[in-house]
Design a binder for this molecule. Structure first.
Ligand code: SAH
Length: 222
């Protein structure tokens, strides 16, 4: 029974996942590591039963608490940008766990994932989802990601799934030299742009990549 739930049937089947991968390739995703894990990871188990049949559509869908699961293209793109020109990444800090789908993808392509979420019930759900997939290299904390997660810093990668107006200082501080951060920056309902920030010995190099739409990066925790 559980096996069937994980594998999916009909609109949640492997065939549907294969179609999603075909679309990602058409949209310009090329990293085989990313395509492979997205092909095999059941996205439907991260959402409520009622929305499971829409899990593989290229859209953001509600996950409760006014939040959304990021669309497949954005998950693929951010992961690909994080890994670009690298054979591997050790520890990665994720801000905005949400339902845990991006977390699960990351956990299969990097060493260890440290994931921060400010809404406790979402963090709990995410944990259930990634346990179902038997992913062991993930640690969660319920906190305001504006503080980063100092205990395991510095990070070789940081991926942020909510948009602040400015990049939080703590995240810059917790990025390792040579490390890379992928973060949407900009006003809510305004222009948000996906940035890649690479830390060198002497400075932070910023690349502005593409316009995006993310939920706001909020202070405090609930
Ligand atoms: N990758 C997630 C995205 C969820 S939406 C997914 O696909 O499910 C973004 C998430 O960021 C929300 O769950 C929201 O609660 C969280 N968030 C927003 N601001 C935050 C902050 N300062 N610290 C931690 N999490 C934050």
């Amino acid at each position: 029974m559980m096996q069937r739930h994980l594998q999916g049937i009909g609109m949640t089947s492997q065939r549907t996942r294969d179609r999603m991968i075909k679309r990602l390739i058409e949209q310009g995703i090329t990293d085989e590591r990313v395509l492979n894990v997205m092909r095999t990871t059941p996205r439907h188990i991260f959402m409520d039963e009622a929305l499971a049949s829409r899990a593989y559509e290229d859209t953001a869908l509600p996950i409760g608490y006014n939040q959304t699961i990021s669309q497949p293209y954005i998950v693929a793109k951010m992961t690909e940008l994080l890994l670009e020109n690298r054979e591997s990444l050790g520890n990665v800090l994720e801000i905005g766990t949400g339902c845990g789908y991006q977390t699960a993808i990351l956990a299969q392509v990097v060493g260890d994932v440290y994931s921060v979420e400010r809404i406790l019930p979402l963090q709990k759900k995410a944990k259930t989802h990634t346990e179902l997939l038997k992913l062991k290299n993930i640690r969660y904390t319920h906190s305001d990601g504006g503080w980063g997660w100092a205990d395991y810093a510095p990070y070789e990668g940081i991926l942020v799934a909510a948009a602040p107006n400015e990049v939080p200082e703590a995240l810059l501080e917790q990025l390792a030299i040579g490390g890379v951060m992928i973060i949407p920056v900009g006003e809510q309902d305004g222009d948000q742009i996906l940035q890649r920030i690479t830390r060198t010995e002497s400075h932070f190099q910023i690349e502005e990549l593409e316009p995006v739409i993310f939920v706001p990066f909020l202070a405090g925790k609930e």
